[in-house]
Design a protein around this ligand. Structure first.
Ligand code: DQA
Length: 141
């Protein structure tokens, strides 16, 4: 099984950005943790962009090479119908993850429009949100 992890805007600044909320690990450190955790079990590739169009293009092409997507659309979660449409447009399962618990934060973060296209959402477990999503994909697909 091959899984693509897609990370949205500002997640390239993890480790520096709002560490009280997102922790002090960089995205590279998180990606290494995920790769090591699943070594020999599943192939995982990583993509990050601060640009909506690049995320949409990546989701659209993913079904040619991957059996599932784990996405943290970051702030786009709360308003990008374009990313929702791209998630709905692919025939592979998509799980949405968030490092923080978006339901315990500001009102404008409590709703995720992109989550409407996902099979489910894992929110609030820090970098382990990604691990939980992948564990589910392995067990189910
Ligand atoms: C986030 C939550 C979003 O509200 C925020 O804009 C992010 C990160 C999370 O992983 O907790 O950039 O998606």
């Amino acid at each position: 099984m091959k899984i693509l992890i897609v990370n949205g805007p500002n997640l390239d600044r993890l480790g520096k950005r709002e560490v009280n909320i997102y922790g002090n690990m960089t995205l590279e450190e998180i990606n290494n943790k995920i790769s090591n955790h699943f070594k020999g079990k599943v192939e995982i590739d990583f993509f990050q962009s601060n640009e909506e169009g690049a995320i949409i293009n990546t989701i659209a092409k993913a079904e040619e090479h991957y059996q599932a997507i784990v996405i943290n659309p970051a702030a786009y979660s709360h308003y990008s119908i374009a990313i929702l449409d791209s998630i709905r447009g692919v025939d592979i399962p998509v799980i949405e993850v968030h490092l923080s618990n978006i339901y315990s934060r500001e009102q404008y973060r409590k709703n995720s429009v992109t989550a409407e296209g996902a099979i489910g959402v894992i929110s609030g477990f820090g970098w382990q949100s990604y691990i939980l999503a992948i564990e589910f994909l392995i067990s189910k697909y």
